[in-house]
Design a protein around this ligand. Structure first.
Ligand code: FAD
Length: 581
């Protein structure tokens, strides 16, 4: 069995498939232990009820659905809420050690739009602990890991996925894998935008490959803007400032020292959902109350230096090293940054099966759980719950089918595509096209969108697609990042087109999708998801009804129309502080 991606979703899937007796290979673009999962800071959401005993899976389920503005796949949200606690405890059996309560249980912290304190964490380095323990397990199980290999094309035998083709990033040699089942766990696509918390790996390859092979892409328009990325200096713009800062009691102020979230969401304040907080910062900046570099201040000084260094050590170091700001003495300057893709490959809730036989997906590459907006902490638990499920289902599928036949014609086609930048006599520079795409998406399909900006953006994306056929790369296939960028660009253009096409059609504001020309929700659009698919190579869009909640789960929403507001540790009343920079 083949797993593409060595983040939390890929590793958890590989562990499950190996435990089911399959021979598993994991492939990743960088080194084992990198990926976005290792960057996760704030924590894993699971209703353990260790700090707030009232918490349970039903409340977690409701929070997730409400956060997603009810266009989530309810069954995924239910499975996720029910199974996350077991997955966290299981991670402990792999060696993870979370922060503890005084009586020795897993400690949980508050996070935006979670009713109770629910995020299991290790300071602000949770992803590191998670990837470390999963990686140890992979090594113990003797699973093969192929590092620094980029796969670019799924190979099909008839309608079934039977392998994948790509190249080794070091020497540029082509590689092919055959498999009985394939799990796509390639993460998200933040790099399509200029300002992002994502690393160079987040170019949407897996979703692009799935789309090219005929799989459906669900909710592409739903792109999450995390409210707090770094702003200054320019070289660090977009780097994440974890929500744990607000979970620990940090608050936001504008240049006048006013704590503006008291106005935008008096109940949840800074712990409102990410879409609400991001829009609030945007509005403050638009109203001329932003900081010098176009953001807001995020202040933790009232927590005291000891607590800051203990609970937010990475943030302390990040600001000190990258911005020369000591957050125990000065506020942080923050602004929204592209962070997460709610959209991705459409999967079946129970199994992670996509619409193509033999192809499964999990983690950020899959869609459905988070609807129009993901709650913080719900990604790491998503990786564990649905990584495990996809691993089990793919293994079961693998036991049922015989080996597929590799079609040499498909291999030759992909070789030609990959080699085109060396042979074509074009003059286009892949870096420049990537940069122009990022600018186009940031300007036209960003936090605030409208028909005109989206249509202009679509024209630019289509023009860039045409120009991408004329990309030229000098040198050879050895250590050639320009060549890598040329192939990434194709996936980025596919995803960008899907985002913009769906964003044009969703003529309403819902969750992360904020349309300045349609500020309200449209109840009719709240009943559908948008799906992008390939029709003979051309991108088409269709809608699909949002799966209807069964009565026993629908009842939960009627019973608790107004849940209690999230509770961070009580901060001192906010004192507007003079800003020393
Ligand atoms: C800075 C930061 C902080 C975060 N904090 C939190 C948090 O506290 N809590 C939370 O729940 N979520 C958090 N998130 C979100 C969460 O970390 C990610 O959504 C999640 O880790 C994605 O995991 P994944 O396994 O789906 O993909 P990733 O971890 O992104 O892994 C993708 C893998 O796919 C491989 N890959 C990609 N393309 C190819 C290709 N073409 N060929 C071969 N391999 C390929 C990559 O090399 C990588 O190994 C954070 C994200 C960031 C960026």
């Amino acid at each position: 069995m083949l797993v593409i991606g060595a983040g939390g979703a890929g590793l958890r899937a590989a562990i499950e498939a190996a435990a089911a007796g399959m021979r598993v290979a994991v492939v990743c673009k960088s080194l084992l232990g990198k990926a976005h999962t290792v960057m996760a800071e704030g924590g894993i959401a699971a209703a353990l009820g260790n700090v707030d005993p009232e918490d349970n899976w039903q409340v977690h389920f409701q929070d997730t659905m409400r956060g997603g503005q009810m266009i989530n796949n309810w069954r995924m949200a239910e499975l996720h809420a029910r199974e996350s606690p077991d997955r966290v405890y299981e991670l402990e059996t792999y060696g993870a050690i979370f922060d503890r309560t005084p009586d020795g249980r897993v400690l949980q912290r508050a996070f935006g739009a979670h009713t109770y304190r629910r995020l299991c964490h290790v300071g602000d380095r949770t992803g590191l602990e998670m990837i470390r323990s999963l990686q140890d397990r992979i090594v113990q199980l003797g699973i093969d890991v192929h590092m620094e290999v980029t796969l670019t094309r799924l190979l099909k035998d008839g309608d079934r996925v039977v392998g994948a083709f790509g190249y080794n990033r070091i020497d540029g040699k082509f590689v092919a894998f055959t498999c009985k089942a394939l799990i796509m766990a390639t993460g998200g696509w933040g790099r399509i935008y200029r300002v992002t918390s994502n690393s160079w790996e987040g170019t949407g390859d897996g979703v692009g490959m799935g789309f090219d092979a005929g799989a459906e892409v669900l909710d592409p328009e739903m792109v999450q803007f995390h409210p707090t990325g770094m702003v200054w200096p320019p070289g660090v713009r977009g780097i994440l400032v974890t929500e744990a800062v607000r979970g620990e009691g940090g608050y936001l102020t504008n240049r006048e020292g006013k704590r503006f979230m008291l106005e935008y969401d008096p109940r949840k304040k800074e712990l409102s959902s990410r879409d609400v907080v991001a829009r609030s910062i945007y509005k403050e900046v638009q109203a001329g109350r932003g900081t010098e570099h176009g953001g807001a201040f995020l202040d933790v000084r009232h927590l005291g230096a000891d607590k800051i260094k203990q609970k937010l050590p990475s943030m302390y170091e990040q600001f000190l090293r990258l911005a020369d700001v000591d957050i125990t003495r000065q506020p942080m300057e923050v602004a929204p940054t592209i962070h997460y893709a709610m959209g991705g490959l459409r999967v079946e809730a129970e199994t992670g099966a996509t619409t193509i036989a033999g192809l499964y997906a999990a983690g950020e590459a899959a869609a459905g759980l988070h609807g129009a907006n993901r709650l913080g902490g719900n990604s790491l638990s998503d990786l564990l719950v649905f990584g495990r499920r996809a691993g089990a289902a793919a293994a079961a599928h693998g036991r049922e089918v015989g080996p597929g036949k590799i079609d040499e014609r498909q291999v030759r086609e992909e070789q030609q595509t990959l080699l085109l930048p060396f042979t074509a006599d074009g003059t286009e520079n892949p870096y420049l096209l990537q940069q122009q795409l990022q600018e186009a998406m940031q300007d036209g399909a960003g936090l605030a969108r409208e028909e005109k900006s989206l249509k202009t953006c679509l024209d630019r994306v289509l023009e860039l697609r045409q120009r991408s056929a004329r990309v030229h790369v000098p040198g050879s296939r050895r250590y050639n990042p320009g060549w890598h960028t040329a192939r990434d660009l194709r996936f980025m253009l596919t995803i960008a087109e899907a985002i913009v096409r769906a964003a044009i059609e969703r003529r309403e504001s819902r969750g992360a999708h904020w349309r300045l020309d349609y500020l309200e929700k449209d109840p009719a659009l709240g009943r559908v998801n948008f799906i992008a698919y390939s029709d003979g190579g051309a991108m088409k869009l269709k809608t699909r009804p949002v799966p209807e909640l069964p009565p026993e789960l629908a009842k939960l929403f009627a019973a608790s129309a107004s849940p209690p507001a999230p509770q961070p540790p009580a901060p001192r009343p906010p004192q507007p502080q003079p800003v020393r920079r």
